[in-house]
Design a protein around this ligand. Structure first.
Ligand code: SAM
Ligand code: DTB
Ligand code: SF4
Length: 351
């Protein structure tokens, strides 16, 4: 078995400490995926420890500020108007309602508040309300994140000036598989919005979905695209498809859970300084799978019983698992960090 270790350390692409690469070939990424599972996890966990405390996980809260009736045809999405998923559409929320939820998130110990809207792109008439939400959330001492669809350069600038910290815009899959899942926009459209977000000075949150019937090379292609951006996204959500009845992907086959863990591990190796978020699909993952994902390099989750429209694990079960694994929620590392750690997490776990 000596030889397998030696072969891995010499032939498997990696980054040395401090090295952030942007020149991954598809072949190199596929080679990472193809390693024996234990070699891959060892490499990923080693990278993880170069940049992060392995016992800390960042916690974000998610709120749908405008739900359903989206004109896009994303085959996975319950919010597309093209599929009958039984979802009740809701107009853009009032500012005060959003802030009420943000206060509750802050009280439960979340450090980032993410707001999502089922839009192709925001309308100009909605921008003042959205800007007021960003300002209100920041005034509570929370980091702010939004995902509103495609942005023009001007809209990105406006959000940045309002103080928006992160913009989430996923590439979702490889360029080759994209057209099998979405036909109402192009990969290039997504890349352009990411450019606008970066140029406006905001942090980028961008990742994708696995389990949509894509091949391993598509998962490799997604990570290759993300890691070869001029700057790595600070946050990389890896969603496992939530199969929603009425969507074209409602009966998609299960993805091998180890393949999901491999995707986390490869993301960790390729973007070693980014937060890799264990995102949608956690309801279907047991505690052992969560623990393996954290070992493989996942260090962020959405916390709270609902994602945008689908269920998420109960907050207290996440916190109970954190306590059992000796994981602590990451505290804010920005200026407004509270002087003392929030006690709420382990309180919730103890109840
Ligand atoms: N409409 C905006 C957009 O598409 O960019 C923002 C909201 S959209 C719901 C945000 C992300 O949620 C998508 O890019 C996709 O990665 C994820 N998502 C949506 N439906 C999902 C599902 N059923 N399972 C897993 N992830 C999903
Ligand atoms: C992301 O990558 N995952 C979150 C967030 N960004 C906005 C959304 C997951 C949505 C899952 C399906 C739903 O709840 O509607
Ligand atoms: Fe609309 Fe976003 Fe859902 Fe696509 S993923 S249908 S753009 S809400």
């Amino acid at each position: 078995m000596q030889s397998s270790v030696a072969a891995t350390t010499t032939s498997t692409p990696s980054s040395s400490p401090g090295e952030i690469r942007h020149d991954w070939s598809r072949q190199e990424v596929e080679a990472l995926f193809a390693q024996p599972f234990n070699d891959l996890l060892f490499q990923a966990h080693t990278e993880h420890r170069k940049y992060f405390d392995p016992n800390q996980v960042q916690v974000s809260t998610l709120l749908s500020i405008k739900t359903g009736a989206c004109p896009e045809d994303c085959a996975y999405c319950p919010q597309s108007t093209r599929y009958d998923t039984g979802l009740e559409a809701e107009a853009l929320m009032e500012i005060e309602q959003v802030l009420e939820q943000a206060r509750a998130a802050a009280a439960s110990g979340a450090t980032r508040f993410c707001m999502g809207a089922a839009w192709r792109s925001p309308k100009q008439r909605d921008m003042p309300q959205v800007v007021a939400m960003v300002k209100g959330v920041r005034a509570l001492g929370l980091e702010s994140c939004m995902t509103l669809g495609m942005l023009t350069r001007e809209q990105a600038q406006e959000l940045s000036e309002a103080g928006l910290d992160y913009y989430n815009h996923n590439l979702d899959t490889s360029p080759e598989f994209y057209g099998d899942v979405i036909t109402t926009r192009t990969y290039q459209d997504r890349l352009e919005t990411l450019d606008h977000v970066r140029d406006a000075g905001m942090k980028v949150c961008s990742g994708g979905i696995v389990g949509m019937g894509e091949k391993q090379t598509d998962r490799a292609g997604l990570l290759q695209q993300l890691a070869n951006l001029p700057q790595h996204p600070e946050s990389v959500p890896i969603n496992m498809l939530v199969r929603v009845q009425g969507t074209p992907l409602e009966a998609e086959a299960d993805l091998d859970p180890f393949e999901f863990i491999r995707t986390i591990a490869v993301a960790r190796i390729m973007m070693p300084a980014s937060h890799v978020r264990l995102s949608a699909g956690r309801e279907e993952m047991n505690e052992q799978m969560h623990a393996l994902a954290y070992f493989a390099g996942a260090n962020s989750i959405f916390y709270g019983e609902k994602l945008l429209t689908t269920p998420n694990p109960q907050a207290n079960s996440d916190m109970a698992l954190f306590a059992r694994l000796g994981i602590e929620p990451e505290r804010r590392h920005v200026e407004q960090a509270p002087a003392t750690p929030s006690p709420h997490f382990y309180d919730a776990a103890a109840r």
